[in-house]
Design a protein around this ligand. Structure first.
Ligand SMILES: Cc1cc2nc3c(=O)[nH]c(=O)nc-3n(C[C@H](O)[C@H](O)[C@H](O)COP(=O)(O)OP(=O)(O)OC[C@H]3O[C@@H](n4cnc5c(N)ncnc54)[C@H](O)[C@@H]3O)c2cc1C
Length: 482
């Protein structure tokens, strides 16, 4: 241990400071700025998007109810998707169906996904953030926080110029890992109840020169397989030819002919808040990419000539800290579709656990199905004992199982939008985030195009455009039509 003291510069204060520019941070920054707050968005990378872009993660999992009939996540997420769509960089979720190449041939939970181009996502997210008047601070890693009288009053960032203090009235922790909350002394949960193990990490990569029709033909001929190419993977496991990290190959067709995203590397037993584990995971995942490419070319129909297009700039971390909030969302809440007076987002994606210790999952761990629509309360965004802080995205307060459902990108957008709007109203009313008028927050979210379930006023369908609500029957997409 070494004591280290240094004087550092202080940047001008902002009303709201958003840490992390993944789906949650993008939406939080936009919503807070649109709510009238001065906003600074701090990001360690040189572009926006987090897993959405830098992690090459995609498609966006469902923004609809589990049965695929009602679009639940609208607001900023829908605006973002429509802007990408206008640039030819996305397909609106109302136009995709489960079992199709865009949904990775998966059926359960894979209705109405959003395929998109990560470069268009980088462009549109930056345009939307800047148009809202957000001040960007890229290439800046938050390494510490300042807490005074029980409230977070700012963060310390490290950048090429050294260290700076960024003061703010309200900070939103959208770092995915709950870095701000943890550095501020918040309690947090980690891993599953029985052994503290977290979901594995995965390095996404994309392949090109795939024969799309041959891959689709194979899947159509094997409807019994839960995961694509499952029987081939099982055969090579039996033969011992390859030691593959999953029960099948998870792959998703992109907007480009012959190009697929691959979500199949898997590194278990690693902690996304430990630099040595992260390093080990990057090394191991890149070794797996080489092995998987060889396997694809030798064994998978339609993949004989495939080549690596790119690998993600960072390994994807599915699970780390779950910051303790005023309320902790549970699996039962999701299974029963429990109503909350302070609902600020609704979602329909099921519990998606990749086994922390085996090649199994997702969706084969015996976890009961979630309700068609479930609610997320504002209190899960409010840390239990700290003021001046809200959480958004993957680090909100929930159990291991509950967060395995709401961790995907559309709910992260919705949680960010709620946190941003809440932060702006806290600043405006000179209140701590836990003290704001939640019904006014709900009204504001609805006015901005969010959907909070049937109990609360839903905006007129026409205001959302032709493909909102029930998926368009004009352009049905079936596995067979691709
Ligand atoms: C392997 C994998 C596969 C997935 N598959 C899908 C999928 O197919 N579809 C889907 O919808 N979801 C999927 N998810 C889930 C989804 O990608 C994430 O849970 C989601 O992106 C969470 O959003 P977020 O904004 O909370 O965090 P992130 O997207 O992780 O964004 C956090 C941001 O904060 C920044 N940051 C972190 N710490 C700091 C710091 N200290 N200082 C400054 N900046 C910081 C990061 O650089 C990043 O930009 C997957 C996730 C993984 C890991």
């Amino acid at each position: 241990m070494r004591e280290y003291t240094r004087s550092i510069t202080t940047e001008p204060s902002t009303d709201v400071l958003v840490v992390g520019s993944g789906p949650a941070g993008i939406a939080a920054a936009i919503a807070a700025a649109r709510g009238g707050a001065s906003v600074r968005l701090v990001e360690r990378f040189g572009f926006l998007g987090g897993n959405l872009t830098g992690g090459l993660v995609g498609p966006c999992m469902t923004s609809f109810s589990l049965d695929g009939r009602t679009q639940l996540i609208r607001g900023i997420f829908d605006e973002f998707v429509r802007r990408m769509e206008a640039l030819g960089g996305a397909v609106h979720p109302s136009q995709t169906v489960s079992g199709s190449p865009y949904s990775g041939f998966m059926t359960f939970g894979h209705e109405a996904v959003t395929p998109f181009d990560p470069e268009v996502a980088k462009r549109v997210s930056m345009e939307m953030v800047l148009e809202a008047g957000v001040e960007l601070m890229l290439h800046s890693l938050v390494i510490d926080t300042v807490v005074e009288d029980g409230a977070v009053t700012g963060v310390i960032v490290a950048h090429k110029g050294g260290l700076s203090f960024l003061p703010a009235e309200v900070t939103i922790d959208a770092s995915g890992d709950g870095d701000v909350a943890a550095r501020s002394g918040a309690e947090f949960g980690y891993g599953r109840e029985e052994d503290g193990e977290v979901q594995p990490m995965t390095l996404f990569f994309r392949i090109r020169d795939v024969d799309d029709e041959a891959v689709t033909r194979y899947q159509e001929a094997h409807p019994e397989e839960r995961f694509p190419f499952q029987s081939v993977v099982e055969r090579v496991h039996r033969e011992g030819t390859y030691s593959l990290p999953r029960r099948g190959v998870q792959l998703f067709k992109t907007l480009e002919p012959g190009v697929w995203r691959v979500n199949t590397t898997r590194v278990t037993g690693v902690d996304g808040t430990d630099v040595h584990d992260l390093t080990r995971a990057e090394v191991e995942a890149r070794r797996q990419v080489v092995q998987l490419l060889d396997f694809f070319r030798r064994e998978l129909p339609g993949m004989e000539n495939c080549r690596l297009l790119d690998t993600a700039g960072t390994i994807g971390v599915r699970e780390t800290r779950r910051v303790e909030g005023e309320y902790t969302l549970t699996l039962e809440d999701l299974v029963e579709g429990r109503p909350f007076d302070d609902v600020i987002a609704v979602a329909g994606y099921p519990v998606d656990i990749h086994s922390p210790t085996s090649i199994n999952g997702p969706f084969d761990d015996g976890v009961p199905s979630t309700a068609n629509v479930y609610e997320i309360p504002y209190r899960a965004l409010v840390p239990a004992r700290l003021d001046g802080l809200l959480m958004a995205g993957r680090c909100i307060s929930g159990s291991h199982e509950a967060l395995a459902a709401i961790r995907v990108m559309p709910p992260a957008f919705a949680l960010g939008e709620a946190a941003g709007a809440a932060a702006a109203s806290a600043v405006d009313a000179h209140l701590a985030p836990r003290e704001i008028d939640v019904s006014a927050l709900q009204e504001g979210l609805l006015d901005q195009g969010a959907y909070l379930g049937e109990r609360l006023r839903a905006p007129a369908q026409s205001a959302l455009g032709p493909s909102a609500g029930v998926p368009s029957s004009a352009a049905p997409q079936t596995a067979a039509s691709r």
